[in-house]
Design a protein around this ligand. Structure first.
Ligand code: GSH
Length: 215
């Protein structure tokens, strides 16, 4: 907009106060991300589409090259941004729960790395405290998909590495689903989760509660 000498009003959306999830903002940008351009009362979202919209609406000076080959080079760059940009900041959290099959209390931590859209990479680990045995641990590499923006139902799965007390380390698969609150003004959200690990013909079932904090 500066290159085109346009005048505009900047409205700050503080991501660290989770203002991108305010109902009013979500009406403009249902993905709950910045930036959003509002022109003539209509919202335009996605940086590359905003640039194209500005060039179509205010063609002087032209930013998109007129030469078709140059234009395809420009679109290659914007395609990379659209397809490859890491969306949003990292969250970390702690959780505690119960392994109902092995009768163990669990305490652990997890990180959440946003990938594309509502898909997040979710490495996690738990210490297991069975009632009649010593401490074991489980490490997980999961991916989850959120059905709502900011909070709501999510589900996913991934790989598990389980090391019971005094036993061999085994690998298996996780299936999980959970419910998370929307991020509060302090950028924390709570969650409750249900997990199954498929390992050596057994399927231990765990529940966990915890909270995540966006860094
Ligand atoms: N594809 C979007 C990506 C925008 C984006 O990733 N915005 C980040 C900040 S750079 C955001 O708003 N994150 C908020 C959040 O993840 O809660 C675009 O190009 O406009």
């Amino acid at each position: 907009m500066r290159a085109k000498n346009l005048e505009w009003d900047a409205i700050k959306v503080d991501l660290f106060k989770a203002e991108q999830y305010d109902a009013k903002y979500l009406k403009l940008n249902p993905k709950g991300i910045v930036p959003t351009l509002v022109h003539d009362g209509k919202p335009i979202i996605e940086s590359t589409l905003i640039c194209e919209y500005l060039d179509d609406t205010f063609p002087v000076p032209r930013l998109i090259p007129s030469d078709p080959w140059q234009r395809s080079r420009m679109r290659l760059w914007s395609k990379m941004v659209d397809e490859g940009l890491f969306e949003g900041p990292l969250s970390v959290g702690i959780r505690t729960g119960r392994d109902w099959t092995d009768k163990a209390w669990t305490i652990g931590g997890q990180a959440e790395l946003p990938l594309k859209g509502n898909i997040k990479l979710r490495p996690s680990g738990d210490l297991l405290f069975p009632e009649h045995a010593g401490m074991g641990y489980q490490l997980n590499g999961d991916a989850v998909i959120y059905l709502g923006q900011g909070g709501g139902l999510y589900g996913g799965g991934g790989a598990a590495l389980v090391h019971p007390h005094g036993g061999d380390t085994d690998t298996g698969y996780n299936l999980l689903f959970g419910l998370s609150t929307a991020e509060s003004q302090q950028t924390t959200k709570g969650f409750i989760e249900f997990r199954w690990t498929f390992i050596n013909d057994e399927t231990p079932f765990k529940t966990a509660i915890g909270f995540m904090h966006r860094l």
